[in-house]
Ligand binder design. Structure first.
Ligand code: NAD
Ligand code: LMR
Length: 379
């Protein structure tokens, strides 16, 4: 077993690190967090865990040869040591990312994965509750169906916390656990960039709210923003971009929306029974993980991002907003919205986007809320 860094002041655990997403994400963390280490003048330790020993041992050993200041260790059941490998991986981690779980095959929905992946997430949540400090650990969930597993994760963490800290866990956990819907925003950005034939330098952002499955995914193309940086000067082209979106026409826009909503199926079909999106998901997850690493190391003071979360968890902080949100979501507890998060957890959410939706986007949002409310896992 490789030794852990003593110098690192941030430990990130990746659970399910031997899989398609896990390996690619671990590579991106090993390489891309180099600049975070330099900005924070700190080491980062990425601890990999998977029940597939060969996969995680191979990935961990391979990654440990890359010369960045990010230290990698790997942990798996089946070794000769007395220590519980999950405990060793999780101990002192302040950020846990979970890509552990079974992916779809053609003909399956994400909900078809619920039973098997809920078991995996429940086991891992019990480990996190036992070995991490729930009042300071952020947990990012990738495993599908995100729409319902975030709730399983939150409930299991709260239920597994030790009796003395149960009340605190019930307050803190919902503000520190997030489901990753970032891949939908990555897809929306890519597909709009292509549709409008933008220059390679142009960075296009599209807010995507709702959930992470089919019609619960609501891309808000009318609120896209655009910027590029040249000679250290930012150039904003948002007005031009929005004119381009409007000029696409209703049919082309509906096709773009559909492509984002069912982008996952495109990859499942292309992989022909061997899995679902891994590389694009790892890219999306690395962006979010890096933002949390910067937050925890004090390189940034807050994160503003769209994540799937228990939005009920912040009503005590933002009482006024909670009424507006209740009206908007019909009382959904879990939904993906633009959130503001500090090192103390989820602080508030943004609802400005809801006031600026086009009639077509409002219709998409109503369909999304209806579907999420109808989900057995929301009840
Ligand atoms: P994969 O099969 O390649 O990898 C999953 C890994 O999890 C495997 O290495 C497996 O050994 C490991 N694992 C299983 N049970 C475990 C446990 N109890 N503890 C630790 N590790 C365990 O699958 P993948 O392609 O990497 O996808 C993983 C999950 O991510 C799937 O559920 C998939 O649907 C989901 N996903 C989500 C998004 C998203 O946008 N949120 C995007 C793509 C995929
Ligand atoms: C995706 O959107 O690519 C993931 O949720 C994986 C899937 O099952 O489609």
């Amino acid at each position: 077993m490789p030794h852990a860094t003593e110098m690192a002041s941030l430990k990130i655990a990746v659970l399910g690190a031997g899989g398609g997403i896990g390996q690619s994400l671990s590579l991106l963390l090993k390489t891309e967090l180099r600049s975070t280490c330099l900005a924070a003048e700190s080491g980062i330790h990425v601890a990999l865990y998977d029940v597939n020993r060969d996969a995680v041992a191979g990935a961990g050993t391979d990654l440990s040869h890359i010369n960045t200041p990010v230290t990698v260790t790997w942990h798996a059941p089946g070794g000769s040591g007395a220590d519980d490998p999950l405990a060793t991986c999780l101990r002192d981690a302040q950020l846990v990312v979970i890509p552990a779980g079974v992916p779809r095959k053609p003909g399956m929905t994400r909900d078809d994965l619920y039973a098997i992946n809920a078991r995996i997430v429940t086991t891992l949540a019990a480990g996190i509750a036992a070995h991490c400090d729930l009042s300071r650990t952020f947990v990012l969930l990738i495993s599908n169906p995100v729409n319902s597993l975030v709730r399983v994760l939150v409930d299991t963490l709260v239920a597994s916390s030790s009796a003395g800290s149960a009340a605190a866990a019930a307050q803190e956990v919902p503000r520190r656990v997030f489901g990753l819907t970032q891949l939908d925003a990555v897809r929306a950005s890519t597909f709009l960039h292509e549709a409008l034939g933008r220059h390679a330098r142009d960075v296009v952002r599209v807010p995507v709210v709702g959930g992470h499955s089919g019609h619960t995914i609501v891309p808000l193309f009318s609120q896209a923003t655009g910027q590029y940086v040249s000679a250290n000067t930012p150039h904003v082209f948002t007005d031009e971009l929005r004119d381009g979106v409007a000029a696409l026409g209703a049919e082309a826009l509906a096709q773009l929306v559909h492509r984002v909503q069912f982008g996952g199926d495109e990859v499942v079909k292309a992989k022909n029974g061997t899995g679902s999106a891994t590389l694009s998901m790892a890219f999306a997850a690395a962006q979010v993980t890096r933002a949390f690493a910067e937050l925890l190391l004090g390189v940034r003071s807050e994160i503003r991002d769209t994540l799937y979360a228990n939005v009920g968890g912040i009503t005590r902080v933002a009482g006024d907003q909670s009424q507006e949100l209740h009206k908007l979501t019909g009382g959904l507890r879990y939904v993906s919205l633009p959130l503001t998060i500090t090192s103390d957890g989820l602080q508030s959410y943004d609802t400005k986007w809801a006031r600026s939706m086009t009639p077509a986007e409002q219709e998409l949002w109503s369909g999304c809320v209806e579907e999420l409310q109808g989900s057995v896992h929301e009840k």
